[in-house]
Design a protein around this ligand. Structure first.
Ligand code: 6R9
Length: 627
């Protein structure tokens, strides 16, 4: 942890949106509400708020209560006057090199049209529309159209499969699904519609399914239920004018499901007001956003990073954003660098997994392209190892671009710990808390552990971007996140971390049964239940082990029905079964057939024992082990 600092250049310092941290940070803590009120005032409100923070019903905090707003009014409507109207909002490129771009004016037209289509399908304020799509502009239009008319969206990552989609549709009780025939990955068409069809069979709440024609795959459409997106967009009902619904600041903007400790995914709820304020502020300050920026968040909109920093934060800040559908190294490992040169990308925000994946091909691929437009780089999703950090910094950033390593979660809505461009950096540390946040590393009793020691990461205060609840299960929200340190009012992140002598935070990793595989969040319980849904399997355990590229790889242990023999063939079949149920990202690295699983006397699988054994480490305290 005794690392040398990387200092920002004079050029970075000279143009910083936020020229000073310490004093401003102190102010943001001492006068948290005043700080957030100032930030909120940079947005457009239909009616100002009465109270910045309402903490009368902890931990169900509310922000900007009494205020009327719509995030779309901020992300689109207010940009339609003056020069921003004709500024590019979205530049999209497909893997094959097809380009589509939309000015704010054009984006508004697309969103209004689809908003009117949704209305004509009976979608109303408060409904939850499920969206299951590849990374194409229509995905953004669908999300924004929902928000515009006050419906909440629930985006399900396009890499997820039948069971994952079905469970999310069912939990949200969605009536409307927006999907596509499919996308492309590594030159091959991927199939979404048949997965959607199967999911609709398992979860029959969907009455209307709207499909975007994208990759031309043949699909099965059912009359009465299925409609083509483009057919609807060309009907007279799809007028390019649509009023933006006036929402309460605390009205629901979206639900995003994420993995937790049980097999049932949690739908985290975010709101129009606080979320808009938080994503816009963090994006503008941490990434020093300027009007001329070309912002590229190379994440998928199906994850929180895509929601907050591909779509909402950048659009509220009137940025030009880049969207790319495809693999980073297809057809060549220079695909991304070619994009950076072609579009003059100024800020690239991606994951350590992607960086490690590209680093593997060496320096010559990026050397062919002019990357001098880049001025900042970002990282998110998992701890970045110092080796990958240095490669990113030196080879991609030309030792010129600060790396903004942002620690945050689906639950937090936006950055919680991250540097500003002016912050001296240490490779592998997300550095310091963002404004308004007090971060602690504590023991089970909630007391700060000594400097440099590992403990549990907590946030000691509410912030505007926080998830308000778990959809349909407020009790679980209160217990899971706020229950452990209820007396102190701390939010438990579920990560372990250290704070060093300079006050820099070092994230170590998850402490619960959550795995970050290639930056994607998966629960061991989801993988286990997918395995058990196979007729040959009676019990299963999944653990994460270090993986050179993915950060974490999934390893599984399986008990077979009696009489069955675990062989190579069954191993392959089980891996494919998990991929089919959950999605390719959840494919286990290994399946081991075992006679029994280590369990506690209360019957819980002791995954930490499996992990220790796999790593050849000490198994620790085994007093609760059953046998
Ligand atoms: C944004 C996102 C949240 C978990 C989080 C932590 C890990 C995210 C990180 C990081 C170290 C970073 N994580 N960013 N770990 N350094 N910069 O990833 O949200 O999918 O909900 O995952 O990801 O473990 O608890 P989400």
């Amino acid at each position: 942890m005794a690392e040398r600092f990387y200092y920002p250049s004079d050029e970075v310092l000279a143009q910083a949106n936020v020229p000073e941290y310490e004093q401003r940070y102190r102010y943001s803590i001492e006068q948290r509400e005043a700080f957030w009120a100032e930030q909120a005032a940079t947005l457009a409100w239909y009616q100002p708020w009465d109270k910045v923070l309402d903490d009368s019903n902890k931990p169900f905090y509310q922000w900007f209560t009494g205020g009327k707003i719509n995030i779309i009014h901020n992300a689109i409507d207010r940009h339609l006057t003056g020069a921003t109207r004709n500024k590019l909002a979205i530049i999209w490129e497909s893997e094959k090199g097809q380009v589509r771009s939309f000015s704010y004016h054009a984006l508004n037209r697309e969103v209004c049209q689809f908003a009117n289509v949704l209305k004509s399908m009976g979608v109303q304020k408060g409904d939850i529309v499920t969206i299951y799509m590849p990374q194409i502009p229509e995905l953004a239009f669908a999300m924004l159209a929902c928000a515009k008319i006050g419906a909440a969206h629930s985006v399900v990552y396009g890499g997820f499969s039948v069971e994952a989609l079905a469970a999310r549709i069912e939990d949200a009780d969605s009536r409307v699904l927006v999907t596509a025939d499919g996308g492309f990955r590594r030159g091959k068409p991927t199939d979404l519609k048949s997965i959607a069809n199967e999911a609709m069979q398992r979860s029959p709440s969907i009455e209307v399914c709207i499909t975007v024609r994208n990759n031309g795959l043949e699909v099965q459409m059912e009359s009465e239920r299925d409609f083509w997106y483009h057919d609807l967009q060309s009907l007279p009902i799809a007028s390019p004018r649509c009023d933006t619904e006036v929402m309460d600041a605390e009205d629901r903007l979206f639900i995003l499901y994420t993995s937790g400790t049980t097999g049932k995914p949690k739908g985290l709820v975010h709101t129009h007001g606080g979320y808009a304020v938080y994503t816009a502020t963090t994006h503008r300050m941490a990434f020093d956003i300027k009007p001329e920026d070309r912002w590229w968040c190379a994440a998928d909109p199906g994850w929180i990073t895509g929601h907050s920093y591909m779509i909402y934060g950048p659009l509220i800040n009137a940025s030009t954003l880049i969207m790319y559908e495809g693999a980073p190294n297809y057809p060549y490992p220079s695909r991304w660098w070619q994009m950076v040169e072609k579009y003059g990308v100024t800020i690239l925000y991606t994951s350590p997994t992607a960086i490690r994946g590209l680093m593997r091909f060496g320096d010559r691929w990026s050397a062919r392209y002019d990357l001098s437009s880049l001025r900042l780089l970002g990282s998110v999703g998992e701890p970045i190892n110092p080796e990958a950090w240095r490669w990113y910094y030196e080879v991609i950033g030309g030792s010129r671009c600060p790396i903004i390593d942002t620690w945050w979660q689906t639950e937090t809505g936006g950055f919680m710990i991250c540097p500003l461009p002016i912050t001296p950096l240490k490779p592998g540390s997300a550095t310091k808390p963002f404004f308004g946040n007090e971060i602690g590393v504590v023991d089970d009793a909630g007391n700060e552990v000594p400097v440099g020691e590992e403990g549990k990461l907590v946030v000691k205060n509410p912030w505007p971007g926080m998830a308000r609840t778990i959809f349909g299960d407020p009790q679980r929200y209160a217990e899971l996140y706020w229950g452990d340190y209820a007396d102190k009012g701390y939010y438990k992140a579920g990560d372990s971390a250290k704070i060093d002598e300079d006050g820099y935070v070092w994230i170590i990793g998850r402490m619960d049964e959550v795995l970050k595989v290639s930056g994607y969040r998966l629960g061991t319980a989801e993988i286990e239940s997918a395995l058990v849904s196979h007729p040959a399997v009676t019990e299963a355990a999944a653990i994460g082990l270090p993986h050179e590229l993915k950060g974490t790889g999934i390893h599984t242990y399986v008990l077979l029905r009696s009489g069955l023999i675990g062989d190579k063939h069954l191993e392959t079949e089980l891996k494919e079964h998990v991929a089919r149920e959950l999605g390719r990202i959840a494919t286990p690295e290994s399946v081991q057939f075992v006679e029994s699983l280590p369990k506690t006397r209360s019957g819980k699988i002791m995954r930490r024992v499996l992990r220790a054994r796999a790593l050849g480490q000490d198994e620790g305290d085994l007093s609760t082990l059953e046998e």
